[in-house]
Ligand binder design. Sequence first.
Ligand SMILES: NC(=O)c1ccc[n+]([C@@H]2O[C@H](COP(=O)([O-])OP(=O)(O)OC[C@H]3O[C@@H](n4cnc5c(N)ncnc54)[C@H](O)[C@@H]3O)[C@@H](O)[C@H]2O)c1
Length: 241
Amino acid sequence: MSLALVTGAASGIGRATARCLADAGHALLLCDRDEAGLAAVATETDGMVLPLDLLDLTAVRARAAEVVRQHGRLHALVCCAGISGHGIPFAQVDEAAWDAMLGTHAKGHFFLIQALLPALAPGAAVVIVSSLFALRGSPNMPHYTVAKGALIGMARALAVELGPAGIRVNAVAPGLIRTPMTEHSASGDAAFFARREAATPLRRLATPRDVAESIAFLASPAAASLTGQVLSPSGGEAFTG
Ligand SMILES: NC(=O)c1ccc[n+]([C@@H]2O[C@H](COP(=O)([O-])OP(=O)(O)OC[C@H]3O[C@@H](n4cnc5c(N)ncnc54)[C@H](O)[C@@H]3O)[C@@H](O)[C@H]2O)c1
């Protein structure tokens, strides 16, 4: 049975991805720093819980070594964990916020993928969750946008370097998705999601499951010729002003 590891599996898009990959027949390794959330997803997907804080590189490397030792081979690796930088203007981003943002999204995932390399054989797929903001820019969350841009660079760099070893690396760049992260950012603005939905060409926001389906596609043999790509599940939001 093919084995998939998902970071950020405890909530939102990562949780939907875990369910989607389980539906597609993958066995799952569920990583997140939220242990209670992971336990719930493990029940839904029959996955194995691997608590992990991406900001702790010693723990990241130890966890990855454990995966290599115990499982040997990983068929799909989904890098989805993330934090929001919503509502912080450029002038107010301090070093601690920068370090947490880049540390979680870029540094943590960079060294996780590196440490899992021995488990990635020809046919393996890595899917990295970036954001539409990395393609379009966004106000008041510049460190988030920089981190998500770094992830697209990571996907492209690794696609080129690991391609000869038969390992594909792609990214998704979702638009606004209703998840605990964005519910929290939008709290206090009851019409936020309806407004954004109305401005989307398809008149619907992509759902966590929509993003999960894009990820599952990129991780599947149906995407065997795709590497270094950025797919944007966003209801067409990428093309509106
Ligand atoms: N929701 C959106 O509109 C949207 C749009 C584009 C991209 N994204 C990206 O999708 C991913 C998932 O976001 P979501 O909306 O589902 O958010 P979410 O808050 O529901 O889920 C994020 C998960 O990441 C985990 N996490 C955070 N920091 C971690 C760390 N240091 N180590 C381990 N786990 C950690 C959290 O515990 C949580 O379970 C993120 O990378 C986010 O940036 C979200």
